[in-house]
Design a protein around this ligand. Sequence first.
Ligand SMILES: C[S@@+](CC[C@H](N)C(=O)[O-])C[C@H]1O[C@@H](n2cnc3c(N)ncnc32)[C@H](O)[C@@H]1O
Length: 268
Amino acid sequence: MPAVTITEREFSQFQRFIYEAAGICMANGKQALVSGRLAKRLAHYQLETYGDYLRLLESRAQPAELQVAVDLLTTNETYFFREPKHFALLRELALEARDKRQTPRIWSAASSSGEEAYSIAMVLADVLDEGPWEVLGTDISTRVLERARCGHYPMERASQMPPAYLKRFCLKGQGSETGTLLVERALRQRVQFRHLNLNEPLPKLGSFDVIFLRNVMIYFNLATKRQVVSRLLAQLRPGGYFLIGHSETLNDINDTLVAVAPSIYRKP
Ligand SMILES: C[S@@+](CC[C@H](N)C(=O)[O-])C[C@H]1O[C@@H](n2cnc3c(N)ncnc32)[C@H](O)[C@@H]1O
């Protein structure tokens, strides 16, 4: 069967769909990406056009399909110990918390498949061991959250992980699982994952010491970035740290935070 092409009109309807659902601004010219990612859903429902698939979504005849479409239209690239400077800072903060007998609470907002949240957990477990600490990972995509809860990854994702952590916190796959790693159960059980749309009012999650909001603002427009950041800041304790991706900035987005270093901010 020849591949169905997506029309300009259908593409702009999907742009509106993902903007309304997640606040994601999909750039013009991404037709191939959208049609490629959704093609298997057309096949699944034996639909002939992308317009038919949109109508299926809008009809709410298959309510769970909305989440499937959101899952497919989000970009989830991530890996362990991405942007290592943030983990060096986290280590300092964990040492401070240990001296002061505090319980650090860290939030990986837009955690994708969990590598960021588990990297945070490894640093905390290394410094604080069994001591009290909490890590929460949240994402809009349920598909990546399932992967996060499993904690099973291709080994390439761990190329930046300190070898001692790989040895201590991960099991290397054997036989048919060669080339994969499994985050060990004790660490997995200490990290919570939860479905959350940052583009909506958020539930009260308690006050965090550090919030990671990395490599997701790039998908939002200025108004959405401002709203998302102010929602998250309401849950950051005074003196807490707010970390963003190295290619991102809070210029024009928020002026209440103090810039400590590129991509590292602190709430006064
Ligand atoms: C590129 S990944 C970044 C993962 C990780 N923070 C990192 O830096 O490696 C972006 C993640 O943001 C999530 N995302 C996009 N829009 C979102 C929204 N409105 N609410 C929550 N998560 C969202 C996507 O599902 C995706 O998993």
